[in-house]
Write a protein that binds this ligand. Structure first.
Ligand code: 9D3
Length: 241
């Protein structure tokens, strides 16, 4: 998987990609990341990349020409990988685990990070394949959402996670919230680890975790619970969401 990231703030990505799982995936050649500064494609002597909106809203928009040039340049760099252009935007499809799985099918994603109040609509129409939001809250630009997407997709690239925290384990409770977890000591500030987890009885432990996961999902996330129970009822049918 190759991520080609177009941004006005390349240095924001340095520390995010320099540690832990993404770092290891890069070191092992399981993913590649290229970062390009959109300002390189500005053409006036002040390297201007923003302009006022027609119709007179407050705030600025990203100018279309540098964006188009940056995207074209990335498309040419990655032509052999049939890249998809993803624009991170509050108007996009919500990034869910099932969207993450769809993105994993691509060989190359060009991630366009917006700043200011957004981009000229004609860039969307001509250059963007898919628009993605990370959730219904406002952040300051597309960079942190792009990092979220790179992280979520990278975790699913085969070989990235070891057995210890594998994607398989994440999917053990797929569609459910995780059950409570404990590490040593057995008693912490007067609170004991539940007996069943110390029992060594693996069937009981599995059952307890499943019950806890179901309880916590029912209580906290009725939306997830509805999907989960819907899916189970239709186990033997071919399709249903
Ligand atoms: C004028 C109304 N605002 C839209 C809610 C303008 C605006 C604010 C902040 C436009 C862009 C942004 C910057 N945010 C992103 O670029 C962004 C984002 C987000 O704010 N929330 C969730 N997902 C994303 S992906 C990119």
């Amino acid at each position: 998987m190759l991520f080609d990231i177009l941004t006005l703030f390349p240095s924001m990505f340095e520390s995010a990609f320099a540690e832990s799982i993404i770092r290891r995936a890069l070191d092992r050649g399981l993913i590649s990341i290229n970062i390009d500064n959109i300002r390189r494609y500005a053409t006036d002597r002040h390297r201007t990349v923003d302009d006022y909106p027609y119709g007179g809203d407050p705030g600025m928009l990203m100018m279309p020409e540098p964006l188009a040039a940056a995207i074209e340049s990335a498309r040419e760099r990655q032509a052999s990988l049939s890249p998809k252009v993803i624009f991170l935007s509050p108007q996009g499809d919500l990034l869910t685990q099932s969207v993450v799985k769809e993105l994993l099918e691509e060989q190359c994603l060009i991630l366009l990070c917006g700043r200011y109040k957004g981009i000229d609509q004609r860039i969307r129409e001509r250059y963007v394949d898919r628009e993605i939001s990370i959730g219904d809250y406002v952040v300051s630009g597309g960079e942190i959402p792009a990092m979220v997407m790179v992280d979520a997709v990278t975790r699913l690239v085969p070989g990235v996670l070891g057995n210890r925290d594998s994607a398989e384990r994440d999917s053990l409770y797929e569609g459910l919230l995780a059950p409570p977890q404990y590490t040593r000591p057995e008693v912490f500030e007067g609170m004991r680890v539940p007996d069943v987890l110390l029992s060594g009885h693996h069937a009981n432990i599995r059952r307890w975790r499943r019950e806890q996961a179901e309880k916590i999902t029912r209580e906290r996330r009725p939306d997830l619970w509805k999907r989960y129970t819907g899916r189970e009822r239709c186990e033997d049918n071919t399709e249903k969401k």
